[in-house]
Design a protein around this ligand. Sequence first.
Ligand code: HEM
Length: 491
Amino acid sequence: MFSRFAKKSSTLTPAVSRLFSSANAVRQARQTSSEIGWNNPYPEHEFFVGKTNGFLPREDPLIKLPEQFKEMETILEEMPLNPVAGGKGLLYHGTFGDAVHQRLPLYDVANITDQRLLSALFRDYTYLASAYLLEPCDINHRANNDYGLGRQTLVKNIAVPLDIIAKKINAKPFMEYAMSYSLYNYKKIDPSKPAEFDNLQLIRGFSKCVDEHGFILVHVDMVQHSGNLCASALNALDAVKRNDRPAFNKAIQSYFDSLLIINTAMETMWKRSDPGKYISFRTYIMGTKNQPMFPNGVVYEGCADTSPRSYRGESGANDSMVPLSDNLFELSSSMPNNPLTSVLRDFRTYRPANHHAFLDYVENEAKNVGVLEYASKDSVSSAIMLRNLDQIRDFRHRHWTFTVEYIIKNSDHPTATGGSPIVTWLPNQLKSVLKAIEKVSLAINMEDLDLSMQDIVHNIRRRAVAQERALERQVSTLQEDRFKNQDAYAK
Ligand code: HEM
């Protein structure tokens, strides 16, 4: 199959449509470690990295809380700015905090062991916590475009159960991308069908407007294709260990095919979530770390530890597909040694425990077996690897464009929801990929490749060089002009 990239081969077009249909296979509910060739250290957790579900939970999320949590369920339904039942919700009127004080019982969750229920409770308590802490900021922001201060103490009927549940599922007690906001927050309209955008609805929301729906569910729509990323990464590592060149090329080609599908799904963001509306629901996914709204962190009332705590906010930076790609192709170790890269490492700790362990496993294995070096010994392998790097570039470049269009054009706030400096952090990683592309492409012996593949390599390199120049200019203008003190937030 991969001789098609060598001289005298014919077609180069990836069979994207075929892959779309094979990726549509319905996810199995439960998988065991023996099926995936990698041991999840927390096999009981709902987030169990596998070749079928990838980074999605092993079972679709629990939609509704059991009867014993009726009051909590009702508050969550009344909470959004635009509740499903119609009219305006508690957050819109600024009465959410009062509802929590007056109506939310202090539930005893100490004896709950059911993993699906624990995951649903974690999602729901983190939604309550962020709504509670950030309600004053949203009110302020709607009135005068400034966030002001959030609530500095998390009330005990949220803080105590949240702290207990977080410990049970090895999470930090704060809203997180996979375990709360996005990947544990979808329900399928037809449960027998895949987690594709048109088959998805939100469970919880802060706004429940169509743009929040689109923003969150495009992430899920992309991650539904991550099973093949995990499988191909493991196959690639295995092939290097066995020195099986055709198997290695097949694995990284398959990885590339999936990245292409994922990037195609990402592109749909433009039509599914209006860039002009993002700021209206973004306030509630801000964190308590590196944010002026919480200068001294937040006290968790009634918990054993009442010293102020700070957590990064919800962010796609906690998605595991790009970090997996960085690790497999050894980009992580070539990132510059600077405070911005330390932020990237810190983000790694905000994700399901099995995701974190899988990323570490792939990072270490890729280094141990030498994926980069192995690829560089063969021009066809190098060219396929370059195409993968180009897909990582494509992701990061589109993503930077999202950040400019959805955020920077509409807000002067210096930090992103995850607490990273808004203008310098994303370019730090994008620049690293652009540099890696230049390096890898220059080392390829073009004479070993057919003409169309030579063309692909040339184009990838040309685009990378041009994008690097444009990025440098854009970032310095933004720093000189509106975002002067970005270094202060790189921690
Ligand atoms: C309108 C769309 C989006 C906007 C405005 C946006 C914004 C941002 C921002 C500002 C960051 C910086 C980190 C922080 O929060 O402190 C970030 C990081 C990140 N986001 Fe998004 N995001 C969008 C969509 C997505 C989607 C659909 C994904 C898919 C999984 C995603 C994945 C990521 C990743 C992987 C990072 C880390 C980037 C890196 O390692 O270089 N984002 N996002």
